[in-house]
Design a protein. Structure first.
Length: 275
């Protein structure tokens, strides 16, 4: 059964299978394991985030109190999984680093198999306030299949400093927004945002097919073309306090080129709208 859920690389399939078998419970009872009847899951993909992971888990518990919390450890070589368990989160450990797409897909399949109705997701580096993820979950409860947090929406509170990234990343973000908006005929301002919430319909689609390298951008095109209701919600993100991003100007340029190719291929795929 597990083999039919993944259409990526052999490594991705193996990683996800192992994650399902080795989801570890918290070291001690906590909010993440007391509300078994609650069908919301907040998951945190993390790779070597030992300096921030405990604070991110605590933030998620505070602002999404009815949800279970799971960390998808993407092959960390530091103490990320150990600290996540100590903080009371469920932990799914991939055997080696697979990228954010495999981590997301692992969480979607886990959520479906354990009866969760809504997933919220935020990064493990502390840039995504859980209070904003709670607003995305509310958008899903109000009818969206997929709610995406946008740093660049026009109605973001002007009293809070605007999120700033490097020039290369801003260029790529604007280009992706233009291409995805054009191909889907729906306006998107932040196609690379990893702060999201989604329901069972969206989880089922992404569990079946999800990009390992271009997860955020391609999934928007995929969702709209499949007839899902996708909504952007203005949110605020904060600068990373610990560690550093692996993205450089050179990798950004190469990522932009590869993503353009992926979007063009996605545009050629037939629409799969449920009747």
């Amino acid at each position: 059964m597990e083999r039919t859920l993944f259409h990526g690389s052999v490594a991705e399939k193996r990683a996800a299978r192992l994650a399902h078998r080795h989801v570890e419970s918290p070291a001690s009872p906590g909010p993440a394991c007391q509300n078994r009847s609650v069908k919301k899951l907040v998951f945190i993909p993390a790779w070597n985030e030992e300096q921030s992971i405990e604070a991110v888990i605590a933030d998620a518990r505070e602002h999404v109190p009815g949800a279970d919390v799971m960390v998808v450890d993407d092959g960390s070589t530091d103490r990320t999984p150990e600290l996540a368990r100590r903080a009371g989160a469920l932990v799914a450990s991939l055997p080696f680093n697979q990228g954010v797409g495999a981590a997301h897909q692992t969480a979607y399949i886990y959520a479906l198999r354990h009866g969760y109705e809504i997933c919220g997701q935020l990064d493990g580096d502390g840039q995504h306030p859980a209070s904003e993820v709670a607003r995305l979950i509310e958008a899903v409860e109000e009818g969206a299949d997929l709610a995406v947090g946008s740093r660049f929406a026009d109605d973001v509170n002007p009293d809070i400093p605007e999120y700033r990234s490097t020039f290369a990343r801003r260029l790529g973000q604007r280009l992706f927004s233009l291409l995805v908006s054009t191909s889907t005929r729906q306006t998107f301002t932040d196609t690379t945002s990893g702060m999201r919430a989604l329901n069972v319909r969206a989880m089922e689609m992404f569990a079946e097919r999800y990009s390992s390298e271009f997860a955020e951008v391609e999934s928007l095109q995929q969702a709209v073309r499949a007839g899902l209701t996708v909504r952007e919600v203005p949110v605020h993100m904060v600068p990373r306090e610990h560690g550093h991003s692996f993205i450089t100007p050179l990798t950004s340029a190469f990522y932009i080129f590869k993503t353009l190719v992926v979007l063009l291929i996605g545009q050629l795929r037939p629409r799969q709208v449920d009747q």
